[in-house]
Design a protein around this ligand. Structure first.
Ligand code: NAD
Ligand code: ZN
Length: 397
């Protein structure tokens, strides 16, 4: 645990209205009414449009005199061009509130669209690495309803977009939702492979936030509770999607991990994962999962005490273990968890060729926003060594 000193001012940001519980989607009409909306834009993905859930929400809102338009053009791991199109669409609507319904891809686009609907310029103008403009108003009201248990996007101030070779983000507190509705029932239909990938994404958020140089005693509490819930239930949720308690644990764990990393930050696992998404279109959760063992193994000595806490939060007995011993066991337990939920363990398994590693490294080193939070600062050579080990399947323990 990080020691709090008296002279340090800690800042923690939370979304203001948060609902949790099996079936809590029922609060949606009251939230829409509270926000004074009359014309709602629902941003969702094709699956949730086809499943009937989006239409069900349209009808429920009709009953309180609110009209809605559904746009289901969301693409997984959304490319910048899709975001630009959705913003153009939103500017032609007369909406006063945006509902994001779906996984992180839908929520990220919904947050972005809600803010940019009332701003000038393109999405590209506001990108973190290359954009030159800064958002100047919070735009339309936002309600976020996650249907995967992974990204925590419902509580963060960030939208992630895929570029040609990597990913970039728009970050601003104007992206924060006015209301967050975390209903684990909505995640029951998530297929096993997506449950596994999104669950490891959430676990990675909690772990990276816990070992982050920006962690505080506040964010650490969020991280450890997230790790506890996810470690005890991920495998159950993957094996049996109808396991209600497992789905609840995963939704709450994902939410807590989102709050933790929003405040303390993600770090090197995400920095190295982004180019896998950008260059090889590997799902965000799987990109993190395949790298978790190698990155955490590489930086282990810089955060051994904290890895001992993580190992304990995962449900293991650490009573007679030194930090050195527990941290090694923790890294191996993470590898085993990824293996248990059937996510491939090497870059070769994802058909990434050896000659791609240099380009991946050159993109990862640009993710300074993420890399600066790592407890061990990584050079280009370090990053190359980590990708090489993830390619060969030989870790650092
Ligand atoms: N904003 C943030 O803070 C943040 C954090 C981490 C990741 N991300 C971003 O989020 C995106 C990934 O989001 P994700 O992992 O949630 O996946 P996703 O939103 O791309 O969805 C993955 C798949 O699951 C399907 N799906 C979603 N809900 C479902 C349900 N209830 N039942 C059945 N299928 C369902 C979708 O249709 C899609 O095919 C990436 O672009 C990533 O970079 C954002
Ligand atoms: Zn993530």
């Amino acid at each position: 645990m990080t020691n709090a000193t008296e002279s340090l001012v800690l800042r923690t940001t939370f979304t203001t209205r948060n609902f949790h519980g099996w079936g809590c989607l029922s609060v949606l009409p009251d939230e829409v009414a509270r926000l004074g909306a009359k014309n709602v834009l629902i941003i969702t993905d094709p699956f949730l449009a086809q499943s009937g859930l989006a239409q069900q929400i349209v009808q429920t809102l009709q009953q309180i005199g609110v009209s809605s338009v559904v746009n289901s053009d969301v693409v997984a791991e959304p490319p910048l061009a899709v975001a630009e199109q959705l913003v153009q669409f939103a500017r032609q609507q007369n909406a006063d509130l945006v509902i994001g319904l779906g996984g992180g891809s839908a929520l990220d686009l919904a947050k972005l669209v809600a803010v940019l609907a009332t701003q000038d310029g393109n999405v590209a103008d506001y990108l973190n690495l290359t954009g030159l403009k800064i958002l100047s108003s919070q735009g339309l009201a936002k309600i976020m309803i996650p249907t995967t248990a992974g990204t925590g996007s419902e509580v963060t101030n960030i939208s992630v977009l895929s570029l040609a070779s990597s990913k970039d983000v728009v970050v601003h507190d104007y992206l924060l939702a006015d209301s967050v509705i975390v209903d684990p029932q909505l995640t029951v239909s998530v297929p096993a492979r997506v449950t596994a990938a999104t669950g490891i994404d959430a676990l990675t958020h909690a772990i990276e936030a816990y070992v982050s140089v920006n962690a505080t005693p506040i964010s650490e509490g969020l991280s450890l509770q997230a790790i506890k819930l996810i470690a005890r239930s991920l495998d159950k949720a993957v094996k049996n999607g109808n396991d209600r308690q497992a789905r609840i644990d995963m939704s709450y764990g994902s939410y807590l991990a989102g709050l933790a990393f929003f405040n303390a930050g993600c770090a090197a696992v995400h920095a190295l994962a982004y180019p896998l998404g950008g260059q090889f279109h590997i799902a965000h959760g799987e990109s993190n999962a395949v790298l978790l063992y190698y990155v955490m193994g590489y930086i282990r000595s810089a955060c051994a005490e904290k890895l001992k806490d993580i190992y304990q939060a995962m449900g293991f007995d650490v009573a007679n273990l030194s930090a050195e011993e527990a941290s090694k066991k923790c890294i191996i337990a993470l590898k085993e968890l990824v293996n248990t939920v059937s996510i491939p363990a090497t870059l070769q398994d994802f058909n990434i060729p050896q000659d791609a590693l240099d380009a991946l490294s050159n993109d990862a080193i640009k993710q300074t926003r993420l890399l600066q939070r790592s407890p061990m600062l990584l050079s280009l050579q370090d990053i190359q060594a980590i990708y090489q080990s993830a390619f060969n399947g030989k870790g650092f323990i």
